[in-house]
Every structure is written in C-alpha cells, then in structure tokens.
Design a protein around this ligand. Structure first.
Ligand code: TYM
Length: 351
C-alpha cells in the first residue's frame, strides 16, 4: 500500500518553488493516499546552528501546510525533533552509508563551498537523516522538487545496502517483504522508495536569472515570490522578472533557449494546473506585456488566500503546536514499531 512522506526545512520564507514543486503536490496526493508531512527542524541545523526564531519558522511552515489545504486529522503533520527515532535511525544509516556517497552530493558541494573542512559534519550527513525520515515510516513515495532527486537516489542506495547487509537476519526474523527492484524480486525490510518529481513546476528558476533555481538563500528578494508576499509585491516582482523581447511561441521546443520565458510559462502552468503546452496554446503570439499581467493576476488569486490563512493561523500558535504534538504522537507510534524491528535486525539490545 502506498505511503507518502515528504519534508520541508524551516529556514527562511517559503517561496513559489517550494509551493509549486512540493506543497501543492502534497495537497493533491492526500485525497487518495495516506500521507506524512514533516517540518524538518533538525535538518535546518546543518547549515546554521544558531537561529533566532526556529520555533516561529517551524510554526510558519506548519501554517503553510495547513493554509494550503493539508488535513492534519486525516494525515500526519509534525516536526522532526518531536520524534527522537529520526536521529536514532540516522545514526544507523551513518554507519550504512559510505563517506564517498556523501562527498558526491551536489547539494553538499554547493552548500559547503570551497571551505569544505569547515562545513558541519551534519551537512555532510544530511542525506542520512533524510533517508531516516523517509524509511522510518517505510514510505513508498516521496514528492519533491527536482533538486532533491540525488538525495532520493541515495535513500534508495541506503535501503538497498541495509536490506543486503542484513538479508539473513531479516529472513530469520521473518519480517521482510517481497519487493520489486528493477527486474528482480528481492526480500527486504526497507522499501526502495520512488520519487514523485515532475510536472511543469519541478524546478522553478529565479525571476532574475533563468539559470539559477529560485531559492531561499538568494540575496535578491526580487528573485523569488514568497508565499507571504502581498498582491502589490507579487505583481511588482512579476513585472520586473527578466524576460526577452520576443512574443511567446506556440511550440514548447521554441522556448529551449529562453530559460526566463520558459520559467514564467512553467509558473503559470503550475498555478493553473495546466501543462506548459496548454499555456502556450492560450498565449501563443502574445507579448510579455500581456502575459505578465495575466500571470500576476493568477498568482495573486492563488497565493493571497494562502497568505491570509497563514496569518490567521500564526495568530494562534497554541493551535499549531497542538497539531504538531498530535501529529508527533501518531508519527512516533509508527516510528517506534520500525525501530523495534531495526534494533532487532541489527542485534541492539532494546527493551
Ligand atoms: P527544502 O526545504 O529545501 O525544500 C522543500 C521542497 O521544495 C522543493 N523546492 C523546489 N521545487 C521546485 N523549484 C524550486 N526552485 C524549489 N526549491 C525547493 C524541494 O525540492 C523540496 O521538495 N532535503 C529537503 C527536506 C527534507 C525531505 C526529507 C524531503 C528532509 N527530509 C524527506 C523529502 C523527504 C529540503 O531541503 O527541502
């Protein structure tokens, strides 16, 4: 039975890339699946240990989940730090994964920069904790933006190595499940998780530079649309977004060398639940002087209700904390069942 898991870090403002690449998918998946959505506060320590407002950032991401339409009664919404088993399984995965695997991660290389010796050990081990997040619930599917693809491949590698290394123990204890890995049917404890990446908004780019992804850490606020921007700010940022002088073409192929134009078409498609092709067939031949105001109207229409609901929720932190506490209790119950098995498989004496 499919189980969906995903996480978002409580660092900086959520932007349109987070919303279209991830949160909107979380909402869509909840109608037909069991879902667990996590605010990964432990992950946010890897790049910056001392935060002024980690608690409020954690609540703010939770508010964004709820305001976007995630139902915390039907599904589980919680923050990672409440469920200690994440750190426990991450430690075990630190001993499963190889340093070479971690060194190859492009996100580590980007974030650590030139002074790698000075990056936190947590930043290097980041994907181990991410694998623990997912596999603690034995989740089968993980919706994320394109930038997390490599981390999910590593999660699969960790699951596979664990299943292999402990195959005898898993078989002896009779707690493995048959699963399909490529052509082969194998018996393992952890599922080989499938990423859910794709659609027109899997990689939203900066509004100022079509070769860089939209990101929380870009120094220019004009490069991104924050989920909490007001209508005027959204319109201004779209008006000022970098484009080229040509009108929109009718074929997607013709946008290949026009990354800024393609990005705006992708944003429109993501917000309107259309394909890029459908957007082009609607706007073919139009100038940006027509397309940008239409995009701004659409963005304001979709994002303003979320921003105002987030404000309403943030006025009552007690309610948000109650949601996280309840979600944490339900998550912990599943997590502890997994950890009992894992301790058993490894031979760690538990209770
Ligand atoms: P984070 O917090 O950086 O981003 C949250 C989600 O937003 C997506 N995203 C984007 N999608 C499209 N275009 C963009 N420009 C863009 N920028 C960000 C990300 O892909 C992500 O889905 N490592 C994760 C958090 C995490 C996690 C997990 C995710 C921790 N444990 C377990 C899934 C499962 C991260 O840093 O996301």
């Amino acid at each position: 039975k499919p189980l969906i898991f995903s996480g978002v870090q409580p660092t900086g403002n959520l932007h349109l890339g987070n919303y279209l690449g991830a949160i909107r998918k979380f909402v869509a998946l909840q109608d037909t699946n069991e879902c667990i959505y996590c605010v990964v506060d432990l992950h946010s320590l890897t790049a910056q240990l001392v935060h002024n407002d980690l608690q409020s950032q954690t609540r703010s991401i939770t508010a964004a989940f709820l305001a976007s339409g995630i139902d915390p009664k039907k599904h589980i919404v919680f923050n990672q730090a409440r469920v200690l088993q994440h750190a426990e399984l991450a430690w075990i995965f630190n001993c499963v994964a190889r340093i070479g695997w971690m060194n190859r991660m492009t996100q580590f290389k980007d974030k650590a920069g030139k002074d790698r010796e000075n990056a936190s050990l947590g930043l290097l081990a980041y994907p181990s904790l991410m694998a623990a997040d997912i596999l603690l619930y034995r989740a089968t599917h993980v919706p994320v933006g394109e930038d997390q693809k490599q981390h999910l491949e590593l999660t699969r590698d960790i699951a596979q190595k664990f299943n292999n290394d402990f195959s005898t123990r898993i078989a002896d204890l009779g707690i493995g499940v048959e699963m399909q890995v490529g052509e082969e049917t194998v018996n393992g404890y952890f599922p080989i998780t499938e990423p859910i990446i794709g659609g027109p908004a899997a990689r939203i780019m900066s509004l100022r530079d079509g070769s860089k992804k939209m990101s929380k850490s870009d120094p220019s606020d004009l490069s991104r649309i924050n989920l909490t921007d007001d209508a005027d700010t959204i319109s201004k940022k779209i008006r000022k977004a970098k484009t080229d002088p040509a009108p929109l073409p009718s074929e997607l192929d013709e946008l290949k060398d026009r990354p800024e134009a393609e990005n705006l078409v992708g944003i429109y498609a993501g917000l309107a639940d259309m394909t890029k092709e459908e957007v082009l067939s609607q706007f073919a031949g139009q100038q940006f002087s027509v397309f940008k105001p239409a995009l701004a109207d659409l963005a304001v229409e979709k994002l303003s209700p979320i921003a105002s609901e987030m404000r309403r929720l943030m006025a009552d932190p007690g309610h948000i904390d109650a949601v996280l506490r309840d979600g944490g209790d339900r998550a912990r119950a599943i997590a502890e069942t997994t950890m009992k098995d894992v301790r058993n498989i490894i031979g760690l004496l538990g209770d």
